[in-house]
Design a protein. Structure first.
Length: 338
């Protein structure tokens, strides 16, 4: 379960002293913090470890697009509803000229290809496939034409080591497809790390958020009939336990339920999919349950003793973790009657 801003710098181990001086003159203050992270990771991570020819668990190519021959999937993320950043034009005077925030079903796939092909060869193959799939070009540019390092800071990338981006050497493509009135956007960012080619494909299928909110009456019914109720309308950023604003409608319904039944006590139980380590997911699910309880106490004046929390990680799946649809079902919060 990963999702965060990635590095946009070359492997410091192969950057000359003169190159470092040049880099420091042009890198923004915001980027310097990220540079320190990459230096640390570069000292301890061997990129070859992520190019063993095996895809990460549960990953697959996007239908109709595929991958460059010989590549392995190093990062994979699908969200039923999320937001992605896409640039539809090169930067002008160091600032975005056509920045787009796309909401809907977002697929992010990162690849690594062993040394041999060039950045341009991999990029052109992706562009050809996207063209065959019906995407019309919005933008295709190389490093300087795109806008250098600031441009890479304005697009989404999966975290290191899933995706590596050299801010001095990359190619970017963005396209749009319309099918039956439904818009889909795609972007491809291709770069290099230790002579391996890295590429990330993002596909954004635009659409409104699905109403997954369960109201107070349905919660009461579920607790009464089965002793528990699964909630999918509570949202967190990937790998975080901070409630997102979109969670408020469901939190309001939980508050309404508990407010109308002062004798009712509940367990709040967090669940995750199987993406990530066992101990990590166990802790993450517990912290998320605690965040919900804290918000109910703070904003809805529910007495703390009425709320007990637990995290089960991926120990109680309701769907198969072998598919994205199953993993989406497993990422949930449940109210459980004592």
């Amino acid at each position: 379960m990963a999702g965060a801003a990635a590095s946009r710098y070359p492997n410091p181990a192969i950057v000359s002293f003169v190159g470092v001086r040049k880099m420091l003159r042009v890198v923004s203050r915001k980027a310097l913090g990220r540079l320190a992270l990459v230096i640390t990771l570069s000292l301890f991570a061997t990129p070859k470890a992520f190019a063993q020819g095996r895809d990460v668990a549960g990953a697959k190519d996007f239908p109709g697009i595929g991958r460059f021959g010989g590549s392995a999937i190093t990062g994979y993320q699908v969200k039923d509803f999320d937001a992605a950043r896409l640039q539809g034009a090169p930067f002008q005077d160091g600032k975005p000229a056509d920045a787009r925030r796309l909401e809907g079903r977002i697929t992010r796939i990162a690849y690594r290809t062993n040394p041999g092909p060039s950045i341009l060869e991999v990029a052109r193959n992706f562009e050809t496939q996207l063209g065959k799939a019906g995407f019309e070009k919005l933008l295709a540019c190389d490093t300087d034409a795109c806008g250098g390092i600031p441009f890479t800071e304005a697009v989404d990338t999966l975290p290191v080591p899933q995706m590596w981006v050299d801010g001095f050497n990359y190619h970017y493509f963005a396209g749009r497809r319309t099918d039956g009135g439904r818009e889909t956007y795609a972007s491809v960012l291709v770069s290099e790390n230790n002579k391996d080619i890295t590429a990330q494909l993002i596909v954004a299928e635009l659409g409104a958020i699905e109403d997954k909110m369960v109201n107070a009456a349905q919660m009461a019914k579920g607790l009464g009939e089965t002793g528990h109720i699964a909630l999918y309308g509570i949202y967190f950023d990937t790998d975080k336990a901070v409630l997102k604003p979109e969670s408020r409608p469901t939190l309001e319904q939980i508050g309404k339920l508990l407010g109308s039944q002062p004798q009712l006590n509940v367990f709040i139980v967090g669940h995750t999919d199987n993406q990530g380590a066992y101990d990590y997911n166990l802790d993450l699910s517990r912290r998320r349950a605690e965040a919900i309880a804290a918000e109910l106490v703070k904003s809805y004046r529910i007495a703390q003793p009425r709320l007990r929390t637990a995290g089960l990680g991926f120990l109680a799946p309701v769907g198969s973790n072998a598919s994205e649809a199953g993993r989406a079902l497993n990422r949930r919060v449940e109210l459980v009657a004592p």
